[in-house]
Design a protein around this ligand. Structure first.
Ligand code: SF4
Length: 107
């Protein structure tokens, strides 16, 4: 099982398989509120994060009360795979680089 699959199982959000790096401000409490805990892991970790492949995951994230914390964690940890906080790896790379996300409000 790869790290991505371990995270994708989303059981990590309750019992994290991947521990966040120390010092990134992740208090882990947010994981208890994860809406994806009952979702299909493949929705969050598709082989390719094309829009049509991540639509269902993004809808779950959109309703998630801890999306901001999740995204903060993923950005801080430079998570290379999957949808976190409603953002794909490509979107997170753009956010980290300061480039706008195509299709995002304000673009
Ligand atoms: S924002 Fe999305 S990936 Fe993050 S915990 Fe919520 S549902 Fe899961």
């Amino acid at each position: 099982m790869t790290n991505a699959m371990a995270a994708g199982a989303r059981t990590d959000l309750v019992q994290p398989a991947i521990r966040p790096p120390v010092g990134l401000g992740d208090n882990e409490g947010w994981r208890a509120g994860a809406q994806c805990a009952q979702s299909e892991p493949d929705e969050f970790f598709p082989d390719r994060c094309r829009p049509e492949n991540v639509r269902a995951a993004k809808e779950v994230c959109h309703r998630c009360p801890v999306a901001a914390e999740c995204l903060e964690y993923a950005l801080g940890a430079a998570e290379p795979f999957g949808v976190w906080g409603g953002k794909t790896p490509r979107e997170r790379r753009r956010m980290r680089s300061g480039r706008p996300i195509p299709g995002a409000a304000g673009d």
